[in-house]
Ligand binder design. Structure first.
Ligand code: GRF
Length: 201
């Protein structure tokens, strides 16, 4: 079966991108990351992509203004992308964009949705909120992306235990290691496999 062409959109460190790259050929067999787009020219994720010989593009709001999404769409079309993976991509996509890629955009969120999600819940803020609520269990969620932040259909979730004395930073790291880096590659494979089967029909 032909591999699904995947683009990963990033803004930062790219540890989830790395987990996806490392899973290629093992967990991820039905797709291949052929493009990494960053909206931040200084994102370390770009370095990770280059080291893995993956094509990169930098598309910033500063450079493209109102044409930001159009420019992303152009890059996706030029590279014949079939599946978009948001891995720490810090920009909310419009309904116009998400509806064109219905059930073809995945995102990872570092909590068990519907807890601690939606607008304003990103990065350490998610874990700060979980700790101040005093939850004993948190985790990560992979979901499809629609126009509502963290509002699309859930694909996978994994729970992580909160421990006494956790700081937001410690909890963030545990959620990444025990949940995000595990379920994200698995969900990418699941969706790529489904898309591949649909292509064969
Ligand atoms: C992760 O915590 C992810 O859940 C969230 O943004 C962070 C990205 O980290 N959406 P990285 O760039 O993958 O290291």
């Amino acid at each position: 079966m032909k591999k699904i062409r995947i683009a990963v959109l990033v803004s930062g460190g790219g540890t989830n991108l790395q987990a996806i790259i490392d899973a290629q050929g093992s967990v991820i067999r039905s797709g291949e990351v052929v493009l990494v787009i960053s909206n931040n020219e200084n994102a370390y994720a770009l370095e990770r992509a280059k080291q893995a010989n993956i094509k990169t593009a930098v598309i910033t709001k500063k450079a493209y203004g109102a044409a930001f999404e159009t420019e992303i769409s152009k890059a996706l079309e030029e590279n014949k992308i079939e599946l978009i993976v948001l891995a720490g991509f810090m920009s909310i996509l419009s309904k116009d964009f998400t509806s064109r890629y219905d059930h073809r955009i995945l995102n990872i969120h570092p909590s068990l949705i519907p807890s601690f999600c939606g607008e304003g819940f990103y990065g350490l803020k998610v874990h700060e909120a979980a700790l101040s609520k005093g939850v004993k269990v948190t985790g990560a969620t992979v979901h499809y992306v629609n126009e509502i932040p963290d509002g699309g259909e859930i694909i996978a979730q994994k729970a992580v235990t909160v421990q006494d004395g956790d700081t937001p930073e410690v909890l963030q790291r545990r959620v990444m290691e025990e949940a995000e880096w595990v379920i994200f590659p698995q969900a990418v494979e699941q969706v790529a496999k489904e898309l591949g089967m649909r292509n064969e029909e």
